[in-house]
Design a protein around this ligand. Structure first.
Ligand code: THU
Length: 159
């Protein structure tokens, strides 16, 4: 028998410990929650990406009465960025959410499984890690790579 251990490194930072660029990205993600269309869940998620060219783009979750037709903030934002800048890597993704109270969640908001799959392929596509910042009022989880969110991920090498 052989045992394989998978480890993920998460750094928990308070807002004042973020760099100026990270703070700017977090502000953009917070602002994006205001454009969320979430009449069913009342869970307003915002995401923002920092591109290699310095540009910040943001997006939010967009729901639909046929529930699976909606899309999470992370995929809305990453697909939007990749659609406009197909050759520009994403350096950092930042995510935050406001719940039905209107306040930001205490715990950092983690991406769903489908988003993780997309995030992993996004960084593979550009051949460089995408840092991930997950904001909550109690702190921000900082990960060095989207791959840290999804060990044993399925990738195109299997096809
Ligand atoms: N949602 C996101 O946009 N991102 C996440 O990380 C988790 C969930 C959205 C999907 C749906 O619109 C609402 O939050 C409730 O699941």
């Amino acid at each position: 028998m052989k045992e394989i251990e998978v480890r993920t490194r998460i750094v928990l930072k308070q807002e004042e410990e973020l760099s100026d660029k990270e703070k700017q990205l977090l502000e953009a993600a917070k602002e994006a929650t205001k454009n969320s269309y979430a009449p069913y869940s009342h869970f307003h998620v915002g995401a923002a990406v920092l591109l290699d060219n310095g540009e910040i783009m943001s997006g939010s979750n967009q729901e639909n009465c046929a529930y699976p037709s909606g899309l999470c903030a992370e995929r809305t934002t990453v697909f939007y960025a990749n659609s406009l800048h197909p050759d520009t890597p994403i350096n950092i993704l930042c995510v935050c959410a406001r719940d039905s109270s209107g306040d930001f969640t205490s715990r950092p908001c983690p991406p769903c499984g489908a988003c993780r799959q997309v995030l992993v392929e996004t960084e593979q596509r550009f051949g460089k890690p995408m840092r991930v910042l997950l904001y909550g009022k109690e702190g921000t989880y900082c990960l060095d790579s989207a791959a840290d969110l999804l060990p044993l991920s399925f990738d195109s090498d299997f096809l």
